[in-house]
Design a protein. Structure first.
Length: 127
């Protein structure tokens, strides 16, 4: 197992992303989180390596920051994993695909979204 403080330091969302007022939830790619997950959780050398997650090494996953959490059925959602599904056609599908290409360069199979407002202030353990 690796033993380096710099490898273990988790990524944080950009402060400007969290602190700027927006009338809507904004989303941005979090490539630094994916790199951290790959090196610390999925890699055999990672400090938080869990062999139960080995099947994810080759998965087509992208991670995003959402500027804030959202409420669903009376609960606050701080993170979400989803399989990308384009349940639309024509221009609706084209808009969704364009957004994916602008963010990631392709359309991923899975997206994990994290609430940046929460992740900016939570403990490393809670992260």
């Amino acid at each position: 197992m690796a033993n380096s403080d710099t490898q273990m330091k988790r990524p944080y969302p950009p402060l400007s992303f969290v602190n700027e007022f927006r009338p809507h939830i904004e989303l941005v790619p979090a490539t630094e989180v994916l790199e951290w997950v790959n090196s610390q959780i999925l890699s055999d050398e990672g400090e938080l390596h869990n062999p139960d997650h080995g099947h994810l090494i080759d998965a087509d996953i992208k991670i995003m920051w959402a500027s804030s959490a959202f409420e669903k059925q009376g609960r606050t959602v701080l993170g979400q994993a989803e399989q990308v599904a384009m349940r639309a056609g024509g221009w609706q599908k084209a808009r969704m695909e364009q957004q994916m290409y602008e963010w990631f360069g392709d359309v991923p199979t899975f997206i994990i979204t994290l609430a940046a407002d929460y992740c900016a202030q939570c403990s490393d353990l809670d992260f």
